[in-house]
Design a protein around this ligand. Sequence first.
Ligand SMILES: NC(=O)c1ccc[n+]([C@@H]2O[C@H](COP(=O)([O-])OP(=O)(O)OC[C@H]3O[C@@H](n4cnc5c(N)ncnc54)[C@H](OP(=O)(O)O)[C@@H]3O)[C@@H](O)[C@H]2O)c1
Length: 331
Amino acid sequence: MPYSAASHRYTEMEYRQCGRSGLKLPLISLGLWHNFGDNKPIDNCRAMLRHAFDHGITHFDLANNYGPPPGSAEQQFGRILKQDFLPYRDEMIISSKAGYTMWEGPYGDWGSKKYLIASLNQSLKRIGVDYVDIFYHHRPDPQTPLEETMAALDLIVRQGKALYVGISNYPAETAQEAIRILEQLGTPCLIHQPKYSMLERTPEEGLLDLLEEEGVGSIAYSPLAGGILTDRYLNGIPADSRAAGNPSLPPERLTSAVLAKVKKLNDLAFARGQKLSQMSLAWLLRHDRITSVLIGASRISQIDDALGMMEKRDFNQDELKAIELILEDSI
Ligand SMILES: NC(=O)c1ccc[n+]([C@@H]2O[C@H](COP(=O)([O-])OP(=O)(O)OC[C@H]3O[C@@H](n4cnc5c(N)ncnc54)[C@H](OP(=O)(O)O)[C@@H]3O)[C@@H](O)[C@H]2O)c1
């Protein structure tokens, strides 16, 4: 069936200014790390992308290595973009990244100018677009001078191959330096993409303060800790779940201590009248300094759960305290 986007697509979503830039991102963005590679049926990928876009999710996050195999998520997204979304390209924010191993030899990894330029050229071909909206350096490179990596990002913007640039997985100190170099080059750092959830709070140790001060946006990846911060694992490991077959979520992470916390958090979410997945996302978005939460999904119902979070985003002091006590293992 040819796709025509829902006419109500901008009625329920909220959009936040990304740092001090002019770009707004939806509170919920969709990542294509898992569930969009060649190993997944294209019909489900297409249905999830259509559903997300029909509900105001305008931002879709990719990377050169997403799949499996690496590159196939960009290809799959490109096929669907061509068939369904080309008339809506100007309503979409498409991001990609380079920084992890992509091809053999010394030029297919980390942060050299050679790698970043070549990788983005490949990504553009796979996706079938002339430019991406945001291009990230995916992780810091201890061997390449930061000046070289940032100059490559600046060049990419000047070449028109990305509109904005960002960094991901950079600790606060390196992020500060990268932001400073980009500013000097005249290409401001739009956004940082850290791993951030109730179970991964390192960004609170200086990074989020820095980004706020510098006017850089932040998009929290793995906000559900890969599915742990949902009701998915409360009664064992379902056969079709990430923990059942994906090395990124080894079942060993589901210890009895973690599951005990998740159960308590789940009870608290229930008392608030929402699902744990919804409370986990709302908790991150309670501060304006988080521009967007970058979720993953294997099915439409999970996107609907995230959208349902929009109905209850506020927390009272007792609830926030209870969450802290649960996370600290104090109750
Ligand atoms: N910059 C980086 O280094 C980096 C690294 C990782 C990820 N990312 C980005 O962040 C995106 C999201 O990462 P993520 O997939 O780890 O995020 P996540 O939102 O923490 O986890 C998504 C997984 O949680 C489960 N889930 C989601 N909603 C659910 C619900 N309502 N009920 C039950 N289970 C639910 C699903 O697992 P099942 O598949 O088991 O159904 C889903 O695949 C990626 O796609 C990528 O764009 C970036």
